[in-house]
Structures are given as structure tokens and as C-alpha cells.
Design a protein. Structure first.
Length: 185
């Protein structure tokens, strides 16, 4: 049994175990009901048998229990970039539990130019980061597209991306929800 938070690649935070989900893996929430959401960045109880001797060890878990998290209303949190609160549309949590943040306000606070292409419904950030609304495929400097499990969306004419976009695609060292603020450093 392993209890830990697992990242988007399903590797535990202590880097000791990687999960390989199979059709036989039972995935339930803490109340025993089938869980259909994203497992990334959630605290999981993992039941498994055999694992590899690699680092991290890999296993095909027999059962995963997704622990309930204390709900945080991210819409009430300040968005802080480089230790300064910025004026930005409120973040929100989508139906899959992913924190979505306003792209333009944060990207511009980080010093990037942001260009909207209405014809393609796409955004170019700086000279090498691009994304298309509704498509879970983010491009960083012409590399293989990065998938975060959540496509960018438009809410009230503002583009929102998953918070993980700033860490995984823009390569900001620290993008997380803290006690009273969403921090991007």
C-alpha cells in the first residue's frame, strides 16, 4: 500500500512509485463510488502487488482510492505573480477538479506578449508557446505537444488554462494554489 500525491505522469511525489493503470485497476473515491476524474495531483491510496526494481518502481495497481480533498474556492483567491498581486479575472475549478486560471493576465505579468488569433481560435505567447481553444495540446518551442488533461477554454471572452500550464509548458518554477492565493513565481 502506498499513500501519496501523484503527478501528471502518475509518479509519487517522493519519486518512489509510478502507476501504470490497466483495465483491471479498480479506481474509486473515498466513499467507494467509481471515480472517473483525473488522478494527477491528487492524494491516492494505492494497493499493488508486484513492482519493478527500477527507480521509480513501476506497478500495475489492483485498486486506487482517491482521497477527498478539502474544497478550496479558488475564485476567492488572489493571483500572485513574482510576489505581486495582479488584477486578473478570478480562477475557477472545472467539473474535473482542475484549477483554471486566466492566461493573458498571468502571461503578461510574467513579461510575455500574448496574441489572440480569432480565425484559428488560438493564442501565441511570446515567440514559441501556442495553444488552441478546446484542444488539449500545448506547444512549447516547436517540441512535441504537451497534454495536460484539460484543454484551454474561453469564459466571458477570457482564455483560461489549467494552472499546471504555467509549470509544464511556460516552465515557471512554481505554480500552485496556496492558502489565500494562487502563486506563479
Amino acid at each position: 500500500i502506498k499513500v501519496d500525491v501523484f503527478n501528471k505522469d502518475l509518479v509519487s511525489l517522493d519519486n518512489s512509485l509510478k502507476l501504470n493503470i490497466t483495465a483491471d485497476t479498480e479506481i474509486v473515491s473515498q466513499d467507494g463510488k467509481a471515480f472517473k476524474g483525473d488522478l494527477a495531483n491528487r492524494k491516492l491510496v494505492v494497493l499493488y502487488g508486484v513492482s519493478t526494481r527500477s527507480i521509480p518502481a513501476q506497478t500495475n495497481p489492483s485498486k486506487i482510492e482517491v482521497l477527498f480533498e478539502e474544497a478550496v474556492d479558488v475564485s476567492t483567491l488572489d493571483i500572485v505573480v513574482n510576489n505581486k498581486k495582479i488584477d486578473a479575472p478570478s480562477a475557477y475549478t472545472n467539473e474535473q477538479g482542475t484549477v483554471m486560471v486566466p492566461l493573458r493576465a498571468i502571461a503578461e505579468a510574467l513579461g510575455y506578449d500574448v496574441v489572440w488569433n480569432d480565425t484559428l481560435q488560438s493564442v501565441m505567447i511570446g515567440k514559441g508557446i501556442s495553444l488552441t481553444i478546446g484542444k488539449d495540446s500545448y506547444i512549447y518551442m516547436k517540441t512535441t505537444p504537451i497534454q495536460l488533461g484539460t484543454a484551454p477554454t474561453v469564459v466571458e471572452e477570457k482564455t483560461f488554462v489549467p494552472l499546471s500550464f504555467f509549470k509544464e509548458v511556460v516552465r515557471v518554477n512554481n505554480a500552485q494554489v496556496l492558502q489565500s492565493q494562487i502563486v506563479n513565481k
